[in-house]
Design a protein around this ligand. Structure first.
Ligand code: PBG
Length: 326
């Protein structure tokens, strides 16, 4: 009889032993919870394709943020759905816009007890549904930069901690950094959607935030999912432009890029586990085909294991609940 030279099972013999050996940790502290706020809304609206996710009226925001905070989650990401859209997305940088109102209300109520992050993009605000300003059928990079910078400054005035540009325009981090600095907001940080891929995993979000493009697609500005080196160039460029936190998005099909970003750079790395990743789990769980808690846990731990320091996820609240209990 021959004995195995190495018995890895020895360190799996009991729950306590496995606890001791566990390499990756996950805590509510690692999570960023998205919040959708809609202008002129009277009561909450359920998002059809994202079970348990709702668009909130401004009046419900403080309650929602309070619930998130009670779960030990340190940060939220605010997305706005405006009543009016136009070709320049003016409601995105209106000091009285829906996101600006939500930010200042949260700031007033929670002080520095919640990290307030907000999406900086145009697709919810433009009549075209594109993330930049269109000229003819083209998304014009450089005119979009000015607008993105104005959005960031208006959110900073409202009291945001971190602006999160997701438009994928070249030079957006530099343009935003400069505008924030000039206006005196040197402490407002930037978490860029650095490597944001053109992805079918965003479809439920477009239902949540009414931002589907009216023509064409986002292939001229988002990163192709076939190109890892190009994704790393996006990360590198954002770092050169002064970004504070880099993000890889989506998360689950892009774990290789999260790992590579972690290895190559020293900035905090965020991962965005997007709406489609959420909807797939929810859909299967609602059929009873997978165990929602276990699969959520496995997905979030995998994203941490790949190297993410923080995760933007629609599972933030439900995961924080089971993490608090365990
Ligand atoms: C807006 C934006 C999108 C997402 C975050 N910010 C949509 C898009 O680019 O089409 C997607 C997030 C998700 O699917 O959860 N630019």
């Amino acid at each position: 009889m021959s004995f195995p030279t190495r018995r890895l099972r020895r360190l799996r013999t009991s729950a306590k032993m496995r606890e001791l050996i566990q390499e990756t940790s996950l805590s509510p502290r690692d999570l960023i919870c998205p919040v959708f706020v809609q202008e002129d809304l009277k009561t909450r609206i359920k998002v059809e394709s994202m079970s348990e996710i709702e668009r909130l009226p401004l009046d419900d925001i403080n309650d929602e943020v309070g619930a998130i905070s009670d779960l030990g989650i340190p940060a939220i990401m605010v997305f706005g759905i405006p009543s009016k859209k136009d070709d320049k997305g003016t409601s995105a940088f209106d000091d009285n816009g829906i996101v600006q109102k939500a930010i200042s209300q949260i700031r007033k109520n929670f002080g520095d007890k919640m990290v307030i992050m907000a999406d900086v993009c145009l697709c919810q605000y433009t009549s075209t549904g594109h993330c930049g300003i269109t000229q003819g059928n083209k998304i014009d990079n450089d005119t979009s930069l000015d607008i993105l910078a104005r959005i960031a400054v208006s959110q900073a005035k409202a009291g945001v901690d971190t602006v999160s540009p997701s438009a994928m325009m070249d030079g957006q981090v530099a343009a935003i950094r400069k505008a924030l600095d000039v206006e005196g907001f040197t402490d407002v940080s930037i978490m860029s959607h650095s490597a944001k891929h053109r992805s079918s995993f965003y479809s439920p979000f477009r239902d949540a935030a009414e931002c589907a493009p009216k023509f064409g697609d986002r292939k001229t500005y988002q990163v192709p999912f076939t190109n890892a080196r190009e994704a790393m160039m996006e990360v590198e460029t954002d770092i050169k432009e002064g970004v504070d936190i880099v993000m890889i998005k989506p998360a689950l099909s892009y774990l290789d890029l999260i790992a590579e970003t972690r290895r190559r750079f020293n900035l905090p790395v965020a991962a965005y586990s997007v709406s489609g990743e959420y909807a797939l789990v929810k859909g299967a769980a609602m059929q009873g085909w997978v165990d929602e808690k276990e699969i959520t846990e496995e997905i979030l731990y995998s994203i941490k294991r790949a190297g993410a320091d923080m995760i933007v996820t629609y599972f933030a609240k439900s995961a924080a609940k089971f993490l608090q209990q365990s």
